[in-house]
Write a protein that binds this ligand. Structure first.
Ligand code: UGB
Length: 621
């Protein structure tokens, strides 16, 4: 009351609402007027922001929190009364005729797609001080994840050839917004038009200190409410609120593809998923991977009432799946079937949604996604928390808001290496996972799996014989096979069918520790191309490069394991290696034209065909 003069009408209404919600403790430590007024104003501004950014305001947040905290305390199973079964969807073998067919269909649909990257997470688990999308996805070209994603979208845009610019929305948060913008600006938006990209910033939500949903104050600042991220589910609310999804639909787009911040392989499988979505007219389609029973990855599950009504196809987190199965259809719980895998596909949170059903759904719900709370209790009485908690939401829970007539499916690519290797875990956590025999989802494997996927793709569609045995190494305690360091840029081949068309069968031979970078939309390999060492070919659009018989033999680049405690950049340290560039052949074509490599001597002078004397471009260090 003494501080009432600091409040305008809006503040007054909000504060009185908070008092009604039993939140008086927020203001109890306010000193008398004239002392720390700046702090009080700061807190009022924060409360206004928290009120405005949550659907229904702070009052709705506290009410929802009380309900969910009560359910959590009562041990209510959110899937109570449901019977699980395996949903319908497509299971594809990478590079199989069916995969290629779906990819072809997806490529046609990609010209009508918008893309959404959720990048609000700071990635505490990884222990990297920067934003994750700025991390180089591999160390051969050092392309940041964000650069890779934008290049992938631009390559699809170029192939679609319908003159349409494919929009990209990036969800950021206070933790990532400024640095994401800076990364984009510094790199000239990685070649995309600035107005093709929309940044949507999610706000955090207030932390809660107890089952009565009292809001938490920062321990070191009595004028600041403690906040934490609300989860990637916010993306739907932001797409609704900004009107962006509606705008996309209006402009004639058909699909919206969601993806996470550090899976460099996502675009390898996304086209096939788009094809499956179009073929089945799916309202929602989740990319999935085979999942080992009890593996710590959500399972895509069909849930119905015992009489088969109210079907819902949804991600069930792994810790909820086992008890659900035990209490319904399987006494053994979450077990592998004859294939050696769980019959339930593993969710990797790469989603394709149909805009014509998504937009009306957003309009009806405001994009609000069902929430959950995960308090860590001090003891079994569940009366006190170890630390503050908050409500969270996940983007894959979108189907909970859909009518039961909606078509929700999945697309599993049987080969995990072809579609999923995110960078999520710190070296310490990764090595622990490695010792348990689980995928490490580390910066080490995130990079090495790119080379593996490229090598195996070349083997699948271009009959390239891979070195045998492969090199093996130990990086950050993770012992692994290392494939030749092949980087095929999105501009070179945004689809597997294009790779097949560009690389002649059996035309490439790679030494175990070789490096091959192909970056340019008009490069093709006739061969025989033999790489012992490092070869980098870069060509701008319109530079038609025909790689003919060529043997590259140089000292190459070495992926050198780091010793424990050895000084290194943070990026190298989380990978466990550093790259020593000894020598490479670099062929750079920065002007349109036709280039034959190696250049026939008679074409060296002038004319339409330009040639490059390779020996002069050999570099060494
Ligand atoms: N993210 C945001 O943009 N905002 C947020 O508030 C939080 C995250 P995590 P998570 O790939 O195996 C997901 O933390 O949530 C972004 C699925 O829920 O990497 O633990 C963040 O920047 C799970 O079902 O993953 O688990 C990142 O891009 C499973 O599929 C993305 O959201 C799991 O991923 C994911 O955030 C997986």
């Amino acid at each position: 009351k003494e501080n009432a003069a600091l409040l305008d009408d809006q503040d007054r209404a909000l504060v009185s609402q908070l008092l009604d919600l039993d939140q008086a403790h927020l203001f109890e430590r306010w000193p008398e007027p004239g002392t720390d007024d700046e702090g009080k104003r700061r807190m009022l501004a924060q409360l206004r922001m928290l009120d405005a950014s949550y659907h229904g305001g702070i009052a709705a947040y506290v009410r929802n929190a009380r309900k969910l905290l009560q359910e959590s305390r009562d041990g209510i199973n959110p899937f109570e009364g449901y019977v699980p079964s395996v949903p319908t969807g497509a299971t594809l073998d990478f590079a199989s005729p069916e995969f290629m067919e779906m990819e072809g269909e997806g490529l046609r649909e990609a010209g009508h797609a918008a893309f959404v990257l959720v990048a609000g997470g700071l990635g505490e688990r990884l222990g990297y001080s920067g934003i994750k999308v700025a991390l180089p996805c591999e160390s051969a070209t050092c392309t940041p994840f964000l650069g890779l994603y934008i290049a992938s979208i631009l390559a699809l845009q170029a192939r679609a050839g319908n003159g349409r610019r494919l929009p990209l929305a990036i969800m950021t948060s206070d933790d990532t917004h400024g640095r994401t913008l800076e990364l984009l600006r510094k790199n000239n938006y990685f070649g995309m038009d600035e107005d093709q990209i929309t940044l949507l910033k999610q706000e955090k939500v207030a932390c809660l200190i107890d089952n009565a949903a009292h809001l938490a104050l920062e321990p070191t600042d009595r004028f600041s409410v403690q906040t934490k991220p609300h989860g990637h589910g916010d993306v739907h609310m932001l797409l609704a609120k900004s009107g962006l999804a509606a705008q996309w639909l209006q402009s004639g787009l058909k699909w919206v593809c969601f993806f996470q911040d550090t899976n460099a392989l996502v675009f390898r499988a996304l086209l096939a998923a788009l094809g499956v979505s179009a073929r089945n007219d799916f309202d929602m389609n989740s990319l999935a991977v085979p999942r080992k029973a009890r593996e710590a990855i959500g399972a895509i599950t069909r849930l119905t009432r015992p009489d088969g009504s109210a079907p819902l196809t949804i991600n069930v987190e792994y810790n909820q799946l086992d008890p659900l199965l035990r209490s319904t259809i399987s006494k053994e719980g979450d077990v592998n079937d004859a294939s050696g895998y769980s019959p339930f596909p593993g969710n990797i949170n790469q989603l394709v949604l149909k805009l014509s059903s998504y937009v009306p759904q957003l309009a009806a719900t405001g994009g609000v996604i069902s929430e959950f709370v995960n308090p860590k209790y001090k003891d079994s009485t569940k009366t006190a928390f170890k630390s503050s908690t908050r409500l969270e939401c996940m983007m894959q829970d979108y189907p909970k808001a859909l009518p039961s007539s909606a078509k929700v499916g999945f697309t599993t690519i049987k080969q995990v290496w072809a579609s999923y290797s995110p960078v999520k875990n710190s070296p310490a956590d990764a090595v622990a996972k490695f010792k348990e025999g689980n995928p490490t989802h580390s910066a080490t494997t995130g990079e090495l799996d790119i080379y593996k996927a490229n090598c195996l793709s070349l083997a699948e569609v271009a009959g390239v014989a891979l070195p045998c045995p492969l090199q093996t190494d130990i990086f950050n305690g993770i012992s692994t096979e290392v494939y030749p360091r092949v980087v095929l840029s999105p501009a070179f081949c945004p689809s597997l069918s294009e790779l097949k068309a560009k690389v002649a069968p059996g035309s490439v031979t790679l030494a175990p520790d070789s490096v091959l970078v192909l970056d340019g939309p008009d490069i093709s390999v006739r061969g025989p191309l033999v790489v012992r060492g490092a070869l980098v070919v870069r060509a701008v659009a319109g530079a038609k490069v025909d790689l003919g018989p060529l043997t590259v033999d140089n000292a190459g680049w070495i992926w050198e394991p780091l010793e424990e405690g050895e000084a290194a950049s943070e990026e190298d340290r989380i990978r466990g290696f550093t790259v020593i560039r000894k020598a490479s052949m670099e062929l750079v074509y920065d002007k349109p034209g036709s280039y034959i490599v190696p250049a026939p001597m008679q074409q060296l002078s002038t004319g339409e065909t330009v040639s490059v004397p390779i020996a002069e471009l050999e570099t060494g260090s």
